[in-house]
Design a protein around this ligand. Structure first.
Ligand code: CMP
Length: 136
């Protein structure tokens, strides 16, 4: 059974910098995901560290936080049937080299760090990540 969900999507600095926002939004919209909220922001390294704290024990954590705070990003709430899994399918594998044809990371990703987009990996994390950026 498919259910309507919300998930968090981030268009990362490498894609914002290359003016890919509209191209990436088009992929979501043409795959039945609605953009319920969005904002362009530039976060601090401390905010990135808080957002990515599940990765704090990883060797790439510091670079990851420096990168996400290196320039403007677009944060979006996507909504649709099975939005969490659908967004991850549309993004493709974390490493653009391993991503499937026509996925966002295959089309636009530069490297495992500059992989153009982030998407929540579970419904539980989607709720936490949406709340992190969009507190009402
Ligand atoms: P993202 O989906 O935003 O979640 C964490 C990010 O860490 C991931 O995308 C990658 O951009 C980045 N990263 C860098 N190195 C690695 C790695 N070895 N494995 C997984 N993610 C990595």
């Amino acid at each position: 059974m498919s259910k309507t969900e919300q998930t968090l999507s981030i268009i990362k600095p490498d894609a914002v910098e290359r003016n890919l926002i509209d191209e990436i939004k088009k992929i979501f919209l043409s795959n039945n995901l609605e953009i319920k909220d969005s904002k362009k922001i530039h976060i601090t390294k401390d905010e990135a560290a808080e957002f990515y704290k599940v990765h704090q024990s990883k060797p790439f954590y510091s670079d990851l936080c420096a990168y996400l705070s290196s320039g403007p990003i677009l944060v979006m709430v996507l909504e649709g049937k099975n939005a969490v899994a659908l967004n991850r399918e549309l993004m493709g594998a974390t490493d653009p080299k391993a991503a499937g044809e026509n996925t966002i990371r295959k089309l636009y990703g530069i490297s495992i760090d500059k992989n153009s987009v982030h998407g929540s990996d579970s419904l539980d994390n989607a709720k936490k990540e949406i709340n992190f950026f969009f507190q009402n």
